[in-house]
Design a binder for this molecule. Structure first.
Ligand code: BGC
Length: 473
């Protein structure tokens, strides 16, 4: 990789999330979250594992800090546990121990010259709010806004990059349609659209609060982290495959990016596909995709940068309209396949396609008006026998980062930062600890949860140091 491929102030980071690393699930006044509840039910997670202890970062934060320093990161993306700060989800009761914990994390990072990037919501709703309807309830938006304002007020003097919600598409679909993430609902064809809608409303309220009350003093930036694969037609020249690809992009990235960055409303392709399927299956109530009121359409422009989580790519063709039940899959009516030339990581869904990221970045530049982009997650998993010398993951990072460089240099995409997922092995949701995404290995069998640098961590540190030392301008 050439030396001056990245801008001088490029953010080199790694990311984690509270439930996946913190543990301490009921210490010092923390309230339960939907992931605590979900994992404690039998049969939900691989081996009935849970995040009760995880990497024990609640106790072992200093070890995480050493890892961050060892990699030479300029930025660290973490998430706050809403229920650690506000045990019942509301600002009626603040847990000072939680405030102290995150104050220490933030202060230690700043003392080490590392900028904190904070996600307010990474899948772990306070259970008390789930008991009142969770993300399906319209009132959740103002509760989230209160929580966000509490965080801006308490930590915003030091945190300058905020993500409101991580991957609303994943929360909505996996948590409320497929039931494989908390809260484990399988209300097909309706709940996920409602959840997504309330997440957009929540994000917009929090962004407006920051904009009107905190921005002038705190001078930070706020966005929402959107996940997307890169999708391309199975047969480049086939109109049906091209249309199916557009539907995949609309139902994944467009669902959230269109309202926030373009029109203040959902992509037309998405609404017409949902409504056509409703008619076909004789569902005559109002559109299953909610509408924004006039005021809510001010969602347009409610992000200060584009935060993208990218892992993999797919080739797409139509599914053939065969679905007999209302569900997202039927609405979308696409089938995704892997190209035989793409290597697979430990996980079957994670095909290694570095140039898919470059193409997706260019698509975002062209479609969403050339925003500043932070790649807030990208990574590669290891499954099965532990390999500290993880050559495959080294290649993944090297190739992917060099595609990011090309996107900047050759396609003129305004990429401002890159965050590897993840700083260390952690609780990988329904896969428990069986899947390892870390730059550091964590020994979960040992009470000390010792962290060991993978070869890929060493390589990532080299890439960072080379890029930073080459910057003369
Ligand atoms: C999530 C992470 C997760 C990663 C790997 C992303 O969808 O934000 O929490 O661990 O993907 O699956």
């Amino acid at each position: 990789m050439h030396k001056n491929m990245f801008p001088r102030d490029f953010a080199w980071g790694a990311a984690t999330s509270a439930y996946q690393i913190e543990g301490g699930w009921q210490v010092d006044g923390k309230g339960p979250s939907i992931w605590d509840t979900f994992c404690h039910e039998k049969g939900r997670v691989f081996g009935d594992q849970n995040g009760d202890v995880a990497c024990n970062s609640y106790e072992l934060w200093e070890k995480d800090l050493e890892c961050i320093q060892q990699l030479g990161l300029t930025h660290y993306r973490l998430s706050f546990s809403w229920a650690r700060l506000l045990p019942d989800g509301t600002t009626q009761h603040v847990n000072q121990k939680g405030v102290q914990y995150y104050n220490k994390v933030i202060d230690d990072l700043l003392t080490s010259n590392v900028s904190p990037v904070v996600t307010l919501y990474h899948f772990d709703l306070p259970q008390a709010l789930q008991d009142q309807g969770g993300w399906k309830s319209p009132g959740i938006a103002s509760l989230f806004d209160n929580y966000a304002q509490f965080c801006f007020q308490t930590f915003g003097d030091r945190v300058k990059l905020w993500i409101t919600i991580n991957e609303p598409q994943v929360c909505a679909k996996l948590g409320h349609e497929d039931g494989i993430h908390a809260p484990g609902l399988k209300e097909k064809g309706t709940a996920a659209y409602l959840v997504g809608h309330n997440m957009l409303r929540a994000h917009a309220m929090a962004w407006h609060s920051y904009n009107s009350r905190y921005r002038s003093e705190q001078k930070g930036a706020v966005s929402i982290a959107l996940n997307s694969d890169w999708y391309e037609p199975l047969n480049q020249g086939c109109p049906e495959d091209i249309a199916a690809t557009e539907r995949d992009l609309a139902f994944t990235l467009g669902w959230f990016a269109w309202p926030v960055f373009v029109t203040g409303d959902y992509p037309e392709i998405m609404r017409s596909a949902i409504d056509a399927q409703s008619r076909k299956l004789g569902y005559n109530a109002a559109s299953r995709l909610p509408s924004f009121s006039k005021d809510e359409s001010a969602i347009l422009g409610t992000a200060d940068f584009f935060a993208l989580n990218y892992y993999t790519s797919r080739k797409v063709k139509p599914r053939g309209g065969c679905e007999k039940m209302l569900c997202i899959k039927g609405d979308q009516d696409t089938e995704e396949v892997l190209d035989s030339s793409w290597p697979i990581s430990g996980l079957s869904w994670l095909a290694v396609v570095p140039d898919g990221l470059r193409k997706l970045l260019k698509y975002i530049k062209d479609t969403f008006n050339n925003p500043a982009i932070y790649i807030t997650e990208n990574g590669f998993s290891q499954v099965g026998p532990l390999q500290i010398e993880d050559a495959q993951r080294c290649v993944y990072y090297k190739d992917t980062i060099s595609e990011v460089a090309k996107a900047i240099q050759e396609d003129g995409v305004n990429v401002r930062g890159y965050f590897a997922w993840s700083l260390m092995d952690n609780f990988e949701w329904a896969d428990g600890f069986s899947v390892r995404f870390g730059l550091f290995h964590v020994d979960f069998s040992d009470l000390k949860q010792s962290r060991t640098l993978y070869q890929s961590g060493r390589e990532y540190a080299k890439i960072i140091s080379k890029s930073r030392s080459g910057q003369s301008k």
